[in-house]
Design a protein around this ligand. Structure first.
Ligand code: DQA
Length: 158
């Protein structure tokens, strides 16, 4: 941890088109806006003594750059790569730079939709994935990251 007196910093990255939540296919993604999700994350962060920074971009390179910065600045990452989940080797490679808990979140259950959404380029390089719980998935991810940071699990190697 960077500074023992400061709350751990958690980065939340929202990928392309997630700025349109609320208007975008509400039957799939719900009617909660991104601003509301970010506000709830900040509140939950205060409850866990975490400093939450939220970032949204529609551009793959900007997301890669932000992930690279997290290596120095953050103790945990929540990412919904949105459509880049299914295509981006660049985002996958950037995630491999990090040695912090990473939770991939999807509002919809990507395994119950079109076949192209069932492939995640990132699922096997993150700590865990939450898919299909709507906006609540982000809050569960933050609570999970909190416990991973405070009490790292004992990993038994096969
Ligand atoms: C999404 C699922 C993706 O397939 C889609 O492209 C998105 C959002 C989700 O949160 O359910 O933009 O990541």
């Amino acid at each position: 941890m960077e500074n023992q007196n400061q709350p751990p910093k958690i980065l939340v990255i929202h990928g392309p088109n997630l700025n349109m939540l609320g208007q975008r296919e509400p039957e799939v993604y719900g009617d909660t806006t991104l601003a509301e999700i970010n506000r709830k994350l900040a509140e939950r962060g205060v409850a866990h003594d975490l400093a939450v920074e939220c970032f949204q971009s529609n551009h793959e390179g900007e997301i890669v750059a932000k992930i690279q910065q997290a290596a120095e600045r953050h103790q945990g990452l929540i990412i919904n790569p949105a459509a880049y989940t299914h295509t981006s080797v660049a985002i996958r490679d950037a995630l491999l730079l990090l040695d912090i808990p990473i939770i991939e979140v999807h509002l919809s259950n990507i395994y119950k939709r079109e076949s192209f959404r069932r492939t995640s380029m990132t699922a096997d390089v993150v700590t865990a994935q939450i898919s299909g719980l709507g906006a609540q998935g982000y809050l569960l991810a933050l609570t999970a990251i909190n416990s991973l940071i405070r009490r790292p699990p004992v990993v038994t190697r096969a």
